[in-house]
Design a binder for this molecule. Structure first.
Ligand code: SAH
Length: 455
């Protein structure tokens, strides 16, 4: 058993899903922040539990191959970009290994080879979305904007982020000035009091349009016009809206969007398809790599124009519409109503008449539609679920529909491997596994996988 503040030398063997280096000492697992696989560090124990401990690297005894000094001034205190201690090549190698390990260990696929990960040529300033918590820091009453520190809701004040598009600093500055001047109180997670919880901003890289959204514990902000006056002078800003979230929760967005000024959604293009994107809807954060990912999904779908395609967990219909031109019919299913509104509008504005969209949980809507329309068919099924992967009921329906091909787009290789096991036990074979680095700096990795029906 360790004690708090004890210093232990440890070699980091792996990395957790939240970016801590993992090492073992005397049968205990240590989760060490600011340390990456290959490092040997002196770790200070911050919290000791029965079988594991949380620690922080105080000194690097032997650096991992590929260890670099992060460029970011808040590296180590901000909870994002856990891999900023590694060169980009080493980050990619780590992600490649993560996907391979999951496929082998969790999926049990000893013979499946994983394609080399596709990285970015310029792995910074790639993000089209920023979300900054608003709170107070160091006992002061003044609102601060920033990022959460790792594993906590302590705000690390931030004026800019190297992963976001250049120019976003002006928005943060405008909101900070507004908060200080307007008297709008930051939300306090302890008491549930205060108004402003988060500042969200999203930019359509193809159009330059930016929409700012304040998530608030209420329905209105004081002196909204003064904020809009400041924001609307910033190049690209086309709208300001509010999102009402009164719940005591870690979930950032509430259910209600309140448009205030200008547009309530951002327009962007992927390839030659145009999209409207509500602040409420999921949209891939890295436009350059999204194109790579969707091109891979399109190639894996192997469409000839005669197929009925299902795009489950379709968001605003991005993959559906990307595939629609090459298919006979596409059905999209998604749980967020605003996203489906966008999807329908996006189909219309792109003149795509062979895509239909349904709101609801994929695991409920898909089996229901199949039951109500026995001839509906499925030649290709695309799934792109959140990190927890596909629901068991959905996997069962997919198997029952027996499509020729399944394209599985995943943001978590562990749940991907788990689900692949189910699909392969149900008669499918893995043809290709392609990791794509959508999130340079972070531990996350996206994977596109193609399965085909055997026999
Ligand atoms: N394919 C889209 C979205 C992928 S993200 C894109 O590339 O942009 C995963 C999506 O699944 C999110 O839009 C989320 O709202 C949605 N989702 C989460 N749980 C769901 C469920 N049970 N049924 C349907 N959609 C769900």
């Amino acid at each position: 058993m360790f004690s708090k503040n004890q210093i232990v030398p440890v070699t980091i063997e792996d990395i957790s899903d939240t970016g801590e280096g993992i090492g073992h000492v005397d049968g205990f697992t240590l989760f060490v922040s600011r340390a990456v696989p290959g490092d040997t560090v002196r770790a200070r124990i911050l919290k000791a539990k029965k079988t594991y401990a949380i620690a922080k690297a105080e000194e690097i005894l032997t650096p991992a191959p590929g260890r670099v000094t992060p460029e970011c001034p808040v590296a180590g205190s901000c909870g994002g970009c856990q891999l900023s201690y590694l060169s980009y090549e080493s980050q990619l190698a780590l992600k490649q290994k993560k996907v391979e390990d999951c496929i082998r260990r969790i999926g049990g696929f000893a013979d499946v080879s994983v394609q080399p990960i596709i990285g970015m040529s310029e792995p910074r300033a790639y993000r089209n979305k920023g979300q900054f918590p608003v709170g107070t820091a160091n006992g002061a009453k003044e609102p601060v904007l920033g990022f959460y520190a790792g594993h906590s809701h302590r705000i690390v004040p931030t004026k800019s982020c190297g992963m976001l598009w250049p120019g976003h600093e002006a928005i943060l500055a405008a909101v900070s000035e507004y908060l200080a001047a307007s008297g709008a109180r930051p939300y306090d997670e302890e008491t549930g009091r205060g108004l402003v919880r988060h500042v969200l901003m999203r930019k359509g890289f193809a159009t330059g349009e930016i929409v700012v959204c304040l998530v608030i514990n209420g329905t209105a902000i004081p002196a909204a016009e003064t904020l809009w006056e400041r924001l609307s002078k910033i190049p690209g800003v086309v709208g300001l809206c509010l999102n009402e979230n009164r719940e005591k929760t870690n979930v950032i967005l509430g259910k209600r969007l309140i448009p205030l000024f200008g547009k309530a959604s951002v327009t962007d293009c992927i390839g030659d398809v145009r999209f409207e994107i509500s602040p409420m809807a999921f949209y891939q954060v890295n436009p350059v790599q999204t194109k790579v990912l969707y091109d891979t999904a399109l190639a894996y779908a192997g469409l000839t124009g005669t197929e009925t395609v299902w795009d489950l967990y379709c968001g605003i219909g991005t993959i559906s519409l990307f595939l629609a031109k090459a298919a006979k019919k596409v059905y999209g299913v998604e749980i967020v109503p605003e996203a489906i509104e966008n999807a329908k509008e996006n189909a219309r504005t792109n003149g795509i008449a062979n895509a239909e969209f349904y709101v609801g949980a994929a695991e409920e809507v898909f089996p229901r539609l199949v039951k109500e329309n026995p001839d509906i068919g499925a030649d290709v099924i695309v799934v792109d679920p959140p990190r927890k992967g596909c629901d068991e009921k959905l996997l069962a329906t997919m198997l029952a529909m027996a499509p020729s091909r399944i394209v599985y787009v995943s943001c978590d290789p562990a749940t991907l491997a788990r689900d692949l096991k189910v699909l392969c036990a149900g008669g499918y074979r893995i043809d290709c596994v392609q990791p794509v680095d959508q999130f340079p700096g972070s531990v996350h990795v996206e994977t596109c996988c193609r399965l085909s029906k055997q026999g």
